[in-house]
Design a protein. Structure first.
Length: 129
């Protein structure tokens, strides 16, 4: 798999993900999206620890989430991720969360900036994307 392909990541909603009404707590969507991005990178044959050996780290620079409908306890969810745009030092992931009925629940646009250990911007390795 390449990082230019669509990536699907499945999640089950557990009690730990919800509030007292059985609705997924808003911050947990960020965790779901983070896991999906990490697995997308892993499925492309890379890992965050491998990238770190090249002094290549990704820091979140900007996040925009749009909540459309709530995810609920015991829902079976799928995060669909793709690379929306790429610049020399940054990449934007576009991510959508769907429930088991294929209903779009949340959209996310997450901009990551490549930095070195001193947190200075660094060019993204050409073979990565």
């Amino acid at each position: 798999m390449s990082l230019t392909d669509l990536h699907h990541f499945n999640i089950r909603v557990y009690v730990e993900d919800t509030d007292l009404m059985g609705i997924v707590y808003h911050a947990n969507y960020l965790r779901f999206f983070e896991r999906a991005r990490t697995e997308m990178i892993r499925n492309a044959g890379l890992s965050l620890t491998t990238l770190a050996t090249y002094d290549c780290h990704f820091a979140i620079n900007d996040i925009k989430l749009r909540y459309l409908f709530p995810a609920k306890l015991d829902d079976s969810l799928t995060v669909v991720s793709k690379i929306g745009s790429k610049k020399s030092c940054s990449v934007v992931f576009e991510q959508c969360l769907y429930n088991q009925d294929n209903q779009l629940l949340c959209e996310g646009f997450i901009k990551l900036v490549c930095v070195d250990c001193s947190m200075q911007p660094k060019r993204i390795p050409e073979n990565l994307f």
